[in-house]
Structure formats: structure tokens, C-alpha cells
Design a protein around this ligand. Sequence first.
Ligand SMILES: NC(=O)C1=CN([C@@H]2O[C@H](COP(=O)(O)OP(=O)(O)OC[C@H]3O[C@@H](n4cnc5c(N)ncnc54)[C@H](O)[C@@H]3O)[C@@H](O)[C@H]2O)C=CC1
Ligand SMILES: O=C(O)C1=N[C@H](C(=O)O)C[C@H](O)C1
Length: 267
Amino acid sequence: MDKIKIILAGPRGKMGTEALKMIEAASHFELAAAVDSKNDGVQVKDLQGAPVSMEAPVYDDLERCIQSVEADVLVDLTRPDIGKKHLEIALNHGLRTVIGTTGFSNEDLERLTELAQEKNTGAIIAPNFAIGAILMMKFSQMAAKYLPDIEIIEKHHDQKLDAPSGTALKTAQLITEVREEKRQGHPDENEDLQGARGAELQGIRIHSVRLPGLVAHQEVMFGGEGQLLTIRHDSMNRASFMPGVKMAVESVMNVEGLVYGLENIME
Ligand SMILES: NC(=O)C1=CN([C@@H]2O[C@H](COP(=O)(O)OP(=O)(O)OC[C@H]3O[C@@H](n4cnc5c(N)ncnc54)[C@H](O)[C@@H]3O)[C@@H](O)[C@H]2O)C=CC1
Ligand SMILES: O=C(O)C1=N[C@H](C(=O)O)C[C@H](O)C1
């Protein structure tokens, strides 16, 4: 079997450095190049935190990288504004893409779904690669059918740029597929301090906590008469995401159009 040749965007980041280790350890993956915001022309092995044996060039521009190296898949682990641009560039070049970067709006998803169709190219946007988090979202969708009063509390490290998290948005979206829109709380409820009740998506409340010491955590709370159900997932480190990144890279080789969420490719 030919190796899957990967361009990794964001190789110096918390996720990127972990992804480099995963690529190096997978015998059927090969790093074709990396795209960084700087370090154009250096070798990946010379980046801080990179495996010392990784011989692949660094580019500071994705377009030029795609034109210069032979690759099968782009993996993007950068930042919201860059991830969107990168997916657009990759699709325009017909390059299959796995996006772990979060911060995509519904409008972004609609536009990029159309572009993937138009360019006849497969792509996966995975708001969360951790298998346990996918299960947490699926279990929450199941529970929402029976307990429709729901509050999502997501907790992340204080370097996170987007709020709410991609996982919280995806969880809420999955729940809206099975739950009628519903106003929660008292009909006369008033927010005496703006934001006290969190963000709102079709009546579901979403609260974002940002603190040093946290990695990535989410609780979905369901309230019923005389009972509470809490479904919770914790990622303690970035290694927790890597089996999902690996699965996404393998799967994107056979995907048509844009797939939003790893649950769509898990058996
Ligand atoms: N889908 C998932 O399971 C997960 C997704 N994430 C998301 O992945 C993204 C990255 O997260 P972290 O690694 O924690 O962030 P980070 O801040 O540690 O890393 C981001 C990296 O992107 C680089 N970057 C910025 N502009 C760039 C450009 N133009 N080209 C190439 N690289 C560029 C930065 O230099 C930095 O090294 C975030 O959007 C985060 O929300 C994070 C963890 C899990
Ligand atoms: O920024 C992070 O760290 C994470 N981002 C993703 C999200 O926004 O849901 C996935 C995970 O929660 C970690």
C-alpha cells in the first residue's frame, strides 16, 4: 500500500507537535511538508518540539506548498481564521483535507460544503477528534429526546481563541436534530448581568469556562422532574485526539464532499 503523504499546517502548536509524533509513528503515513506562519525553508526536524528525524520542508504559504510538493491530504491544526482560508485553498487545488481547527460558523460550513461538491473533493471537519468526546455527543443526542432541558458547560485552557468550543456547537447541533426548539428556564427570567445565562442555540444554553490548568472538558446537563443526568468527557492531554486524527486521515481518502463530525465516519 502506498503511504499517505500529508501536509501538516500548524506544526509548532500544541496539537501540531502531537500530530507530528503520530505521523512519524504510523508506518503508512509520510510527512510531505509542513505549513507554518514562519520558518519558510527550514526542515521540520529543526522546529522546536519536532521529531529529530523528520525530513520535510517548511513553507509559510499553503498555496506555494501545494504547488511544490506531492501530497494526498492536508491536516490543518492552526487557528480559526487560518483554518477556513486553508480549507478553501486546498479544495480549490482538489487536495483532500482534514480540519481539526475550530471556529467554523454555519455560514462557513454551508459555503465550504458547496465548494467541496463543486471541486469534487473529500474533506472532514472534526470539531473533536477524541473518541470519548464523539460518544459523549452521541449519548447527549440520545438523552435529549427524553430530557429536552439542557445546558452545556464546556471548559478549556485559557489560550483558546474561539468560544463556544467547536465541540459545544456540534453537540448543540446534534441535539437540535432530535429536539424541538424550546425556551428553557422561567418565562419571565431576566439577565441582571449580561451573559449570566450563557449563549443560546435554539433554547439550549452554552457556558464557556476558560482557565489555566484545563485542557478540554465538557458536561452536558439534562434536567427532568426530580432528576438530573450529566454526560461528561475530559481530555487530559492532546494525545487523546490522535487516534481520531489518524482515523480521519485514513477515511478522508474515501470521502466524497465535506463531512462535518467524526461520528459520520465511525462505524
Ligand atoms: N478537533 C479537535 O479535536 C481539536 C481541535 N483543536 C483546535 O485546533 C486548533 C489548534 O489548537 P492548538 O494546537 O491548541 O493551538 P496552538 O495555538 O497551540 O497552535 C496553533 C498553531 O498554528 C500556527 N499558525 C498560526 N498561523 C498559521 C499559519 N498562517 N500557517 C500555519 N500555522 C499557523 C501557530 O503558530 C501555532 O503554532 C484550534 O483551533 C483548536 O481549537 C484543538 C484540540 C483538539
Ligand atoms: O482548543 C482546544 O483545545 C480544543 N478545541 C476543540 C473544540 O473547540 O471543541 C476540541 C477540544 O475541545 C479541544
